[in-house]
Write a protein that binds this ligand. Structure first.
Ligand SMILES: Cc1cc2nc3c(=O)[nH]c(=O)nc-3n(C[C@H](O)[C@H](O)[C@H](O)COP(=O)(O)O)c2cc1C
Length: 342
């Protein structure tokens, strides 16, 4: 793709952006497509890939395994287009040269709307290598990585990060990031040490918004952490002044989150959505990813109706697509056969 044909969706955004967060083993092409299918067009504006290793992408032999994370199926691509949803590839690592190589590779082989650098993952193994949230306390390396990435691609560039490493450090870290050639910053209101514990601190996110207004109003600032409904996302934009909200775990509580008009879906719809997810996962990953990855999703569709607990327990025992479909179909027919359809 030619640089002239790429528009900077961050800069052009007219409205607060509602974003589905990157989540490893969750936001693959199958799940992103599913979420788009059941969202109200216009309510979900940006989706992200799972975080993808720049070291891995630079490894000719190992590359194909890592690249699964960048897969965008044809049907997902159609939906992205139809719903005008942008897709961002998220990468991580600790070597600026590898960022440059990885990003050149991504830009030449794929069709993403943006690149995001992960400076927020708190997992000890990656932090010990100096990657992800470790970069919060290493401005020199963070700056080199941003410069190398920027140099290597014409795509808009964002950083997803936290408000500190061992302590809240919003002022220092955000002042630094706001001096960088970025189009957006996604700020999770926790420090690394907290992992996912405690509450996201939106007051710190509001401080970051103020800093941004002073230092770099052209950079978009997206808040992240503990948002569980579309209504709440809108409220956070108003209350804290961000340019949008990124939502992660909320989608597990309600996959229809980006469709706020929708009341609690009927049982049949929940079951059919689970079947759709099974089919999408199978089309994309049969023989590639383990079936067990799907188990974490069952509870998101199988809740809030009589018999859900038993069906969930049954589904946890199955270990292939046909058996899973059979369990769901069996439940559906049993349920539909009941006189009052209860
Ligand atoms: C299962 C899981 C996987 C995650 N994987 C990633 C990832 O690959 N990249 C990333 O930047 N953040 C990742 N995160 C963090 C989320 O993107 C998000 O920042 C965090 O969950 C806080 O937002 P929430 O409260 O809306 O969930 C992950 C979170 C979860 C729960």
């Amino acid at each position: 793709m030619h640089p002239e044909s790429v528009s900077n969706f961050w800069a052009n955004a007219q409205q607060p952006l509602m974003i589905l967060a990157p989540m490893e083993d969750v936001t693959d092409t199958a799940f992103r497509e599913l979420v788009m299918r059941i969202s109200e067009p216009g309510n979900l504006n940006v989706v992200y890939t799972e975080f993808t290793s720049t070291d891995g992408l630079c490894h000719p032999e190992g590359r194909h395994r890592v690249e699964e994370r960048l897969k965008v199926s044809r049907s997902e691509r159609e939906l992205l287009h139809e719903h005008n949803v942008k897709i961002v590839a998220q990468i991580w690592g600790n070597n600026p040269q590898k960022y440059a190589e990885a990003v050149q590779y991504i830009t030449s082989q794929y069709d993403f709307d943006g690149i995001d650098i992960n400076m927020g993952c708190p997992v000890r193994k990656v932090v010990a290598q100096g990657s992800c949230s470790a970069l919060i306390n290493n401005e020199a390396l963070a700056g080199e990585i941003i410069a190398a990435t920027k140099e290597a691609t014409h795509l808009p560039l964002s950083v997803k990060t936290r408000i500190g490493l061992g302590k809240v450090d919003t002022n220092r870290w955000m002042s630094f990031l706001l001096s960088q050639p970025l189009d957006a910053i996604i700020l999770h209101g926790r420090i690394q040490k907290q992992m996912s514990e405690g509450q996201a601190n939106w007051e710190e996110i509001a401080k970051a918004v103020q800093l941004k207004e002073e230092l770099a109003p052209h950079i978009k600032l997206i808040g992240n952490g503990d948002v569980y409904s579309f209504e709440d996302a809108r409220h956070r934009v108003k209350e804290y002044g961000t340019n949008g909200v990124m939502i992660g775990r909320g989608i597990f509580h309600n996959p229809w989150l980006f469709n706020p008009q929708k009341a609690e879906p009927p049982v049949e719809e929940k079951l059919d959505t689970l079947l759709t997810h099974l089919n999408l996962f199978e089309q994309n990953w049969r023989g590639i990813k383990p079936f067990a990855i799907l188990r974490r999703f069952f509870k998101i569709y199988l809740a809030g109706f009589p018999g859900a607990g038993n069906l969930r327990a049954d589904m946890m025992q199955v270990n292939n697509f046909d058996a899973a479909r059979k369990s769901v179909e069996h439940f559906k027919h049993k349920k539909l056969a009941m006189p009052n359809n209860a």
